[in-house]
Each structure stands twice: as structure tokens, then as C-alpha cells.
Write a protein that binds this ligand. Sequence first.
Ligand code: IDP
Length: 161
Amino acid sequence: LPVQIKCLPVEKEQTLIVVKPDGVQRRLIGQIIQRFEQRGFKLVGLKMLQVSEDLLSQHYCQLTSKPFYPRLMEYMTSGPVVVMVWEGHKVIQSSRMMVGHTNPAEAQAGTVRGDFSLHVSRNVVHASDSLEAALREIQLWFPGKELLNWDCIDQYITCEA
Ligand code: IDP
């Protein structure tokens, strides 16, 4: 395709994806990244870290009253996580579909949770669930100027941007 033929309109968005401690322990980082790359999304931030309770309590501030909250904190701080920002056309909605239902028992085969997990308390991955959440979570996990603004050479073919 000639590069001057752009696919428009493109709704460029960014979303936060976290490979949770069970995903890291089970060596699923590569397979999860592969799914986002092959879909055509662009990676603009990536790091591995041991998450602090402080950051996590801000990330899950809407869940503090839930009965599973203490166990969720324990689970998410039990080992390193890999956190990423992916960019592209409608990436928030698409990544929620790719990740699948919160409860793996209800997640479709073909989704990350549907393919790699069994139980809601060990569901391998996080994906922002709305534009507001994505903006808030990206700011929280990647403060300052940590994200990269770069051009992917196939962007007009994949309609990534
Ligand atoms: P989401 O991760 O699909 O956006 P949320 O409702 O925001 O789902 O829940 C955040 C995380 O809390 C889930 O991914 C899961 O790890 C955990 N969680 C949610 N519901 C339960 C539950 O009923 N038992 C245990 N853990 C849960």
C-alpha cells in the first residue's frame, strides 16, 4: 500500500496493561506481549517492578470496600509485575476484549484469561476498562515523561495511528 493512503478516521488511544505476578511466574510475559504486537498495537512504555502497596491502593482505589481487596493486595504484591502502555486505534476496548472476562471461568477461549487462567483471584493480566481509567492508570504507573513517542514504519498499513 502506498504510504500516502492513510486509513482515517483513527481513534488513537493508549491503555495500561499489567502482567500480574502469576503471569510473570508462569513465564507468560512474551505470549501476552505477542498478542498485542500481532494485533497491530504499538508499545510506548514497558517496565518490570515490584509494586508498592501505596501505588497499588491508588490503582485499585475503587475496590477498597470489596471483601477480596486484602487478598488482591497480597496477590499483586507477591512478586514482580510487568507494566506496559499500548497505543493504537480503540486500544482500550480492543484490549479488554483480548484480555477477556474478569472471571476466567466466564472468559472466552482465545482471550488471555480464557486461555491461561482458571480463577478470578489469579487472572494473569490487567487492562484499563475505560478512557478515564486508562488516563488515570497511565499517569499513576508512568509519571512524568517515561512514555516514548515514536513512529512505527507500518503505521499506515496497520492503521495503528
Ligand atoms: P478487571 O481486572 O477485569 O477490570 P475488577 O472488577 O476491576 O476487574 O477487579 C480487579 C481485580 O480484582 C480482578 O482482575 C481480579 O484480580 C480481582 N477480583 C475481582 N473480583 C474478585 C473476586 O470476586 N475474588 C477475588 N478477586 C477478584
